[in-house]
Write a protein that binds this ligand. Sequence first.
Ligand code: MF3
Ligand code: CO
Ligand code: CO
Length: 255
Amino acid sequence: MAITLKSATEIEKMRIAGRLAADVLRMIEPYVEPGVSTERLDEICHDYIVNVQQAIPAPLNYRGFPKSICTSVNHQVCHGIPSNKILKNGDVINIDITVIKNEYHGDTSRMFMVGKPTVQGVRLSQVAYDCMKIGIEMIKPGITLGDIGYAIQSYAEKNHCSIVREYCGHGIGKVFHEDPQVLHYGKPGTREVLQPGMVFTIEPMVNLGKRQVKLLPDEWTVVTKDHSLSAQWEHTNLVTDDGFEVLTEHPDWPL
Ligand code: MF3
Ligand code: CO
Ligand code: CO
């Protein structure tokens, strides 16, 4: 499938969808506290997206996913299903929000520390954030996705962390997951050349231990095989004529 280049009109719609997704993360932050269940967080986000934003939570019923957001706690890598699991002091959680507004998607996720942060949790979350930021700041016409993947992988490994290879970033627009696949590892000069108008996510999953993962019997939740902590941050990004624009940036949380 070919990579779609977005028109000015489409980009304007994606700015709106991106901002709404960022707003959901900003809204939910104060609720991420010891004692709350992940399904309560799902319920609050669902109601906000549907009733306040008048938008659609993209995960709900996507390929059978049963909830409106993904909540991945501690050794869960991604696609955690909100449940009656109660968050406790020292947990780390990724909340991944995708909204559809006027047919276009905005996709963003970030880490939250529950209660008093642990040293390991803070360190891993910071490495994962830096991986995402390093990748985003490279975006400009003419470089390749392999250049980005290589830089992300090198940074993670230099910091004695590993990059998950089974899941990647993706093109996004009217379609939730479209071409290109954005690998968070790779070799310079390989894969697609960036062009103005491309929109794709960068969403590295970084493990404190080994990179291997397994899928739980619920067929969604991905966990680290060695049960080491995992962290992920995600933004939706536009390639501009001379660089990039982060479509899911929130003014309270500049890149
Ligand atoms: N938001 C995830 C991503 O970054 C995808 C979630 S798919 C779901 O691509 F079905 F698990 F919601
Ligand atoms: Co994504
Ligand atoms: Co996402």
